[in-house]
Write a protein that binds this ligand. Sequence first.
Ligand SMILES: Nc1ncnc2c1ncn2[C@@H]1O[C@H](COP(=O)(O)OP(=O)(O)OP(=O)(O)O)[C@@H](O)[C@H]1O
Ligand SMILES: [Mg+2]
Ligand SMILES: [Zn+2]
Length: 462
Amino acid sequence: MAARAVGAADDVHDGRRYATALANDVANPLLHPQSPEHQQLLQPQPQPSSSQIVSMPSAVRCSFIGEGSANAVFCVTPICDMAGEKSKSSSGRGGAATRGTGSSADAGPLSTHLLRIPKAGPGVGPDTCLEHHAYYSNILRPLFGAEWLVGQQLIQGVNSSGVHAMLNDMLADMDRGHRGRPDWVGTRVAENIDVALLVEDMTAACKEPSYPSSTVIIQCKPKWLVQSPSAPVGARRCRTCALAAASATSPATDGAELKTGHTKNSMSYKTKPCPLVLVAEPPSTSQEEVVLESALWDYVCEHLGSAVAFTSSSPGSPSIKLSSGPALSLALKRARPAITRWLRTTDFFRRLAAIQADFDPCGALSVDSSAAGASALQLERLQTAMTLRDCTCFLRIKTSDDPTTSEPVVISAKLGDLDRKDGRRKLARWQMQERTLLSGRFYLGTEKPRQSTQCWLERQRP
Ligand SMILES: Nc1ncnc2c1ncn2[C@@H]1O[C@H](COP(=O)(O)OP(=O)(O)OP(=O)(O)O)[C@@H](O)[C@H]1O
Ligand SMILES: [Mg+2]
Ligand SMILES: [Zn+2]
């Protein structure tokens, strides 16, 4: 089965040296940290002109899509306000609400984008999304390339249009129906946010697959794709797996950041698969090839819980949503060789690894918390490495059943959840985390009691 690796490189490289070279290549404006251009890039731009900001329509229908610890995401559809009056109703799983009455109106960017809005919390204010968007436009887009990132733009009028209250009503409905994660009960969209983000809906394409085909979107957080610069010599675990082991050892004291090695939607302490398989060295024997292929497939299967999948089997028939059970596994199974080949050969994760390595060359412990002068710049760069540790990868897999097609499987990937991390607030926590991993011997895998992990490093050096 052939696959088109969208944006994939022909050659496969690995290692920090290549990673840094690649980052230098892609991050040209950031190579000269003292240059005025660089300093300017790091400054959030003043409020963009209004032509760049979409206005919230006065009459809309909203439905809940998802939430994380910091943001809630909704689908917003404008409707023609025929009666000119405001009305409101709620229904359905996850909640849906309407403001205004009438038929669907031309949705513009709202037809392809979702509303992503911060929840109330420390450091969240009226300019939060403006800052995230300036950071996305001025730093991340030039660094990574627009084609690799989930598209985004600003929308204003969330509060002034009254939509804000509808969103919180939906979150309250979720709480009453016990449909959300228990530790997010009571969390609400921030009161003082009028400007929020519109993000490209990564599931849109799969809801309208062309006949006959299936489209599956899988979400994963690759986390750290390079080892910590302060990891000890002889480390048998990467940072992500070391964190997972630390969390399993002391779940009560792990704090939000130490939970990152665990499944997002459950409070169990099931560890995630090691992300280093995504940037593994090319196998040199057929046995190594089998091991890597199987590890990559395990990585995909571990994320099936996040999958959104639709299939269209005959002309004119509506798309059918595949459940996350056997139908989904079957749809993906046929594409397995193409998926694992894409994962092995794409430049996508190596690019991410390259930037993480380049922007965090010495580790959080080497950053001076006074964050003055040169260390301010070091902190800025660490923030970018941390942003690219916490981002989400949306993997899109389209499988065609058309026997005449030359491309039965087409795979592509984009990064989302690119909020700028605030290093001034978080540095102490990042440093504490690293100290915990070092003092608890979690990198070496000699902690007591010994936790079971499946780090790719351990598998290379049993
Ligand atoms: N561009 C998108 N397309 C489709 N669904 C999305 C998109 N962005 C977010 N979602 C959905 O909304 C959920 C929450 O969004 P997101 O991960 O951005 O929130 P967050 O609070 O930043 O998460 P985290 O706690 O991981 O930082 C996601 O898990 C996903 O299901
Ligand atoms: Mg996030
Ligand atoms: Zn690992």
